[in-house]
Design a binder for this molecule. Structure first.
Ligand code: OSB
Ligand code: MG
Length: 366
């Protein structure tokens, strides 16, 4: 498309509650939004990078830099997304920056064609499974309270964040109180291979999987750990692209991959990873990065693709924000499923007055 306006907008939305993990506690959602306009049609992308490098090495500032200096100059009217991704291939890494731009272009193109994004990608509408990720709590009673609140809504599965010192007894207490709950744990890389015997105690709680127990940069030690545990491992931080997924499968490092489209470079790379995993009989699901309604809408559209058969981290808007920047909000139906929003593109309407209310900085690039 011919772009008539390009804006980078930094927004900061207060979370309903701070989100604590083994690596950091985020009290607000600060995100970089990309707004593209062509002949009055607007497409939006949301970058999943945080202002800090504690989940991933990219930050909102590196994304701004890579976008302006290296990605934007390679954008030309009339090129397909496939051609663009090919032209971007000399830019190593920076998947979060690439995803932001790819997302905004896909939303724009789908809106220009007045079609939902899933249709543009070739997938039929389907209802999406839900899941909730609970941050690390102060105490076991506080955790049980958080699980009680989560299970008061019909989520298909609950994920507990764990870390050293807040793990076996904590997950065990939840399992004892909820014998039938579909439950998993996410360590965000807090353990080492020397903790294999310790982590093996989690096998008793029949978790559906343990996400990223070991380092964000490791694949091979996960393979060794998987050999020691009955519970399937799931990789999140370690998977940056299709090559990483191929390495993980070849090494039998995991039984499941958490595909975050915002982390792996966008929707197209996500579909490649999902197809590879499907061929290998490995389950995938869509993770989340506590996105605003823009990023979450992309995650919903992605889950119409084949292979996304496990409930992911797509939760109701109300558990993240009192006020979001899109309408409609994500709400679970009585059976726990999420109905895709109906509109063109990512399906939701971006509320520009809300965006303005939460804007920290706005940079007009074109
Ligand atoms: O590790 O999956 C993670 C949120 C921020 C950073 C990392 C992670 C998460 C989540 C929550 O677990 C996902 C969500 O609810 O969007
Ligand atoms: Mg994770």
């Amino acid at each position: 498309p011919v772009l008539h306006r390009i804006d980078l907008i930094t927004v900061r939305l207060p979370f309903v509650k701070p989100f604590a993990t083994s690596v950091h506690t985020w009290a607000v959602k600060e995100a970089l939004l990309l707004r593209l306009e062509s002949d009055g049609v607007v497409g939006w992308g949301e970058c999943v990078a945080d202002p800090d490098p504690f989940y991933a090495s990219e930050t909102t500032q590196t994304v701004r830099h890579i976008f302006k200096e290296f990605l934007l100059p390679l954008l030309t009217p009339g090129q397909t997304i496939g051609e663009l991704l090919q032209r971007w291939s000399p830019v190593r890494g920076h998947g979060m920056a690439k995803a932001m731009v790819e997302n905004a272009l896909l939303d724009l193109i789908a809106r220009q064609q007045d079609r939902p994004l899933h249709a543009l990608l070739g997938f039929s509408e389907r209802r999406i499974q839900s899941g909730i990720s609970l941050g690390i709590q102060e105490s076991i009673p506080a955790l049980l309270e958080a699980v009680a609140e989560a299970t008061s809504r019909p989520y298909h599965r609950v994920k507990l964040k764990i870390m050293q010192g807040k793990d076996i007894a904590w997950v065990g207490a939840v399992r004892a109180a909820y014998p039938k709950l579909t439950l998993m744990a996410d360590a965000n890389g807090d353990y080492g291979l020397e903790h294999a015997t310790h982590l093996r105690q989690l096998d008793a709680f029949h978790l559906t999987m343990i996400e990223q127990p070991l380092s964000y940069s490791d694949i091979v030690q996960h393979a060794a750990l998987q050999g020691e545990l009955a519970t399937p491992l799931c990789l999140d931080e370690s998977i940056h692209n299709l090559d990483d997924a191929r390495s993980a499968l070849a090494l039998k490092a995991c039984g499941v991959i958490n595909i975050k489209q915002g982390r792996v470079g966008g929707m197209i790379e996500s579909l490649r990873i999902a197809a590879l995993c499907q061929q290998a009989g490995i389950a995938v699901w869509s993770g989340g990065m506590d996105e605003t309604g823009i990023g979450r809408a992309f995650n919903l559209q992605l889950q119409t693709a084949p292979g996304f058969n496990l409930p992911g981290d797509t939760s109701e808007t109300a558990r993240y924000f009192n006020q979001d920047i899109v309408a409609p909000s994500v709400v679970l139906a009585d059976d726990g499923f999420i109905d895709l929003p109906k509109g063109p593109g990512i399906g939701v309407t971006v509320l520009e007055d809300r965006v303005a209310r939460f804007t920290l900085a706005r940079e007009s690039i074109l």
